[in-house]
Design a protein around this ligand. Structure first.
Ligand SMILES: [Zn+2]
Length: 104
């Protein structure tokens, strides 16, 4: 629809438009913008976004448009990694641990 992308900046490949969902973090919360037109290089998959599209995304996130819908996403907090197994002391014989360098 009149939108043109120049050839890929990196490899000179052909760039075609695709619609993607873009994730943007703003003020500590995740915003999803669906149906975003981006140019995707057919050779190296490099994505380019037109300035007017980037501006439209900024306006949406600035709150000028109410969200179309809300989604819930699972959020996890990674537990502290266990450090005891890496402590510099001999393992007891009952500890079943792969030998150093062994592949699992
Ligand atoms: Zn490319």
């Amino acid at each position: 629809m009149g939108r043109t992308y120049s050839d890929c900046h990196f490899c000179g490949g052909e760039v075609k438009e695709q619609r993607i969902t873009r994730e943007v973090w703003r003020h500590g919360s995740l915003h999803l913008i669906e149906n975003v037109p981006v140019g995707v290089c057919q050779q190296c998959s490099q994505k380019t976004i037109l300035p007017q599209v980037a501006k439209a995304i900024d306006r949406v996130i600035a709150g000028e448009t109410p969200p179309d819908h809300l989604i819930q996403v699972p959020a996890y907090r990674l537990p502290e990694p266990e450090t005891t197994t890496r402590a510099n002391r001999p393992l007891s014989p009952t500890t079943r641990s792969p030998a150093p360098g062994a592949c699992e």
